[in-house]
Ligand binder design. Structure first.
Ligand code: ADP
Ligand code: MG
Length: 607
């Protein structure tokens, strides 16, 4: 019998290998951008046509390649980044397998133009389905440009499996975000179907995050930092209000490489604990620096999973760092009266309050059920370090309180009847109001209550057809990211029906000439950005009538962003407002807004 085993031709072997490396246009973008970074580029331009089906072009100003290297680069296992197996444990470069270019060239028509700094002429190579079609000298710019055309042209089954252009482009953006976030010192330009889609100029990590995800993200981020002998951790985490049910922006990087890790995600979620509603996820951008010998990036060809030899210890450090950061920023879990924590923040602090040395005082005749003008109890257990912070909070919250007051008084005017009597009220951790009203104890979640009020107001507005719009004296310009711009354009007609008067104003900018009367024009940028992301999220999960949907998302976007500190009058007015609202016990989604305790319930408890 004759022998039947033979070696596969390179082109076939490469095509098979390409199945691992090149799954979709986004994989090509990822590999080529990583190569550009490894070539020390400081400017990278990514031009995409038809979501990468027709063409993907990546240009860089990196070191370029010699004529021989340019030809060699397309060979399988050809790399300049490692020479022996042990090098895998010292890796600082993004690539090292030497597979990407061979794989890409096997399933596309690829053109490479490259020139090294001191070379007079560069090289141009055209290669299709692994076959070199031409190679010639080329007067190109310093650096490298790859143009990958007609991806999967010779593997029609794979081309057929590509998703819609929108989906494939989103995959590409996700890849770009990962690399752009890890490399803020590099300028990225994205060109989509011939026109500029986005440009991220070089800057620091925070500037890059804001460039990509918009200004509203910045307000909800707090920095984290921790350095130990095992790992250096730094970056930004979102305040609980930024948490989302879907599509939270969560990024881990180690040595400038994006990765996913379930155990680290678990640590982050444990650190937030019950600060987050169920199934909501905070955004985070967490960077780690670690000795490359302590990680193994050689797990998966697409390299988003990484093995850490100190995984357990890093989990502990991560959890501790985040917990500590949340604590330092006064973002603390809901009150637990059983431990001996410092509750100095529990009582609201008024600018006019005299500052007293820390003493414990008590009023033996105090009875919360007796009508009295006790209002906020004096700040009896105060911690000197917190005075300044409380005062700052008071100042920053003043504007929001003003809005709340105006809002309350607007509504109050139509329903003066049956005014409840607020006999006593105080704030707990700025989050809740504890009030004694008409013989009952109320504990009100401030933000949820504000959301409920706005929701009912918007809902009523819909029932009365026209939504009043307030024209602004000076139009407000808002700048959005490319993604937000696309989303806003699709929901612009609905917003106009609601009383928003918004016009396009150049690329990624809009001018707001009017807003519904319940919205503060100065917050328009943030409200619109939040509205876009909430609206999109809600789209996937709620199938309500359009009006219901808009009332919810708009109320959510316009409701208080941070927990306010209120003075006694503000609190009393707010409590009255909440209790007079037709529904104040739950949010439209069924979350508890108000807990009511009747005195009889207390009697039962003491029996
Ligand atoms: P790897 O990145 O794993 O080494 P690739 O197939 O992606 O493998 O690239 C092969 C080689 O081609 C690289 O090691 C590098 O020397 C060279 N190369 C690829 N892209 C560029 C670029 N943009 N600039 C300079 N050299 C490059
Ligand atoms: Mg590579």
């Amino acid at each position: 019998m004759s022998d039947i085993i033979h070696l596969l031709p390179d082109s076939v072997a490469n095509q098979i290998a390409a199945g691992e490396v090149v799954q979709r246009p986004a994989s090509v973008v990822k590999e080529l951008v990583e190569n550009a970074l490894d070539a020390h580029a400081t400017e990278i331009t990514i031009a995409i046509i038809d979501a990468g089906r027709t063409s993907i072009q990546i240009s860089d100003n990196g070191v370029g390649m010699s004529e021989t290297d340019a030809r060699m680069a397309f060979e399988r296992h050809a790399t300049s980044k490692i020479s022996e197996a042990s090098d895998i444990f010292k890796i600082r470069s993004m690539g090292f397998r030497g597979e990407a270019l061979a794989s890409i060239a096997a399933v596309s028509q690829t053109e490479l133009r490259t020139r090294q700094k001191d070379a007079e002429l560069g090289t141009k190579i055209i290669i299709a389905g692994s076959k070199v079609e031409s190679q010639e000298a080329d007067a190109c710019q310093q650096g490298t440009t790859f143009t990958v055309k007609n991806l999967f042209y010779n593997t029609p089954a794979r081309r057929k499996f590509l998703k819609s252009n929108q989906t494939e482009f989103n995959y590409i953006l996700a890849e770009i975000y990962q690399t752009a976030l890890a490399n803020p010192e590099v300028t990225f330009t994205i060109i989509k179907d011939g026109s500029l889609y986005a440009k991220y100029p070089k800057g620091n990590h925070l500037q890059r995050i804001v460039n990509i995800f918009g200004k509203q993200m910045e307000k909800g981020l707090i920095p984290i930092e921790d350095e130990s002998s095992i790992v250096k951790i730094y970056g930004y985490i979102g305040v609980p209000e930024m948490a989302r049910k879907t599509g939270a922006n969560q990024f881990f990087f180690v040595n400038n490489r994006f990765f996913r890790q379930k155990s680290f995600l678990g640590s982050v979620m444990r650190a937030y604990g019950n600060l987050l509603p169920q199934k909501e996820y905070p955004p985070f951008f967490i960077f780690m620096e670690i000795d490359p010998a302590e990680i193994d990036v050689n797990i998966h060809p697409t390299k988003t999973e990484i093995k850490f030899s100190e995984e357990f210890n890093i989990c502990q450090l991560l959890e501790a760092t985040i917990k500590c950061t949340l604590g330092k920023n006064n973002i603390v879990p809901s009150i637990d009266f059983s431990d001996s924590a410092d509750y100095s923040d529990m009582f609201s602090f008024k600018k006019s309050d005299p500052i007293q040395p820390p003493t414990i005082t008590y009023n033996p005749s105090y009875n919360p059920f007796k009508t009295q003008d006790s209002g906020c109890y004096p700040n009896t257990k105060t911690n000197e370090r917190n005075w300044e912070k409380l005062f700052e909070d008071y100042q920053t919250n003043k504007k929001e309180n003003q809005q709340l007051l105006e809002f309350s008084s607007n509504l109050n005017s139509d329903s003066e009847t049956n005014q409840p009597t607020v006999e006593f009220c105080t704030q707990i951790q700025k989050k809740y109001i504890l009030a004694f009203v008409d013989g009952k104890i109320y504990i009100i979640d401030i933000k949820r209550a504000h959301y409920r009020l706005l929701y009912d107001k918007f809902h009523d507005n819909f029932c009365h057809e026209r939504v009043p719009s307030q024209k602004t004296l000076i139009p407000v310009r808002i700048d959005l990211t490319a993604n937000e711009t696309e989303s806003l354009k699709t929901i612009l007609p609905q917003l106009q029906e609601l009383g928003f008067d918004i016009e396009e104003f150049g690329k990624n900018s809009f001018v707001v000439n009017g807003v519904p009367s319940d919205i503060d024009i100065t917050d328009t940028q943030q409200i619109i950005c939040d509205f876009i992301s909430n609206f999109e999220e809600a789209n996937q999960t709620i199938k309500d009538s359009v009006q219901e949907h808009i009332a919810r998302t708009l109320a959510k976007s316009a409701s208080l962003f941070r927990n306010p500190t209120m003075n006694k009058d503000e609190m009393a007015q707010f409590v009255t407002q909440v209790i007079q609202n037709k529904s104040f016990t739950i949010t439209p989604e069924g979350q508890i807004v108000t807990i009511i305790i009747e005195p009889e319930d207390l009697l039962k408890k003491f029996n």
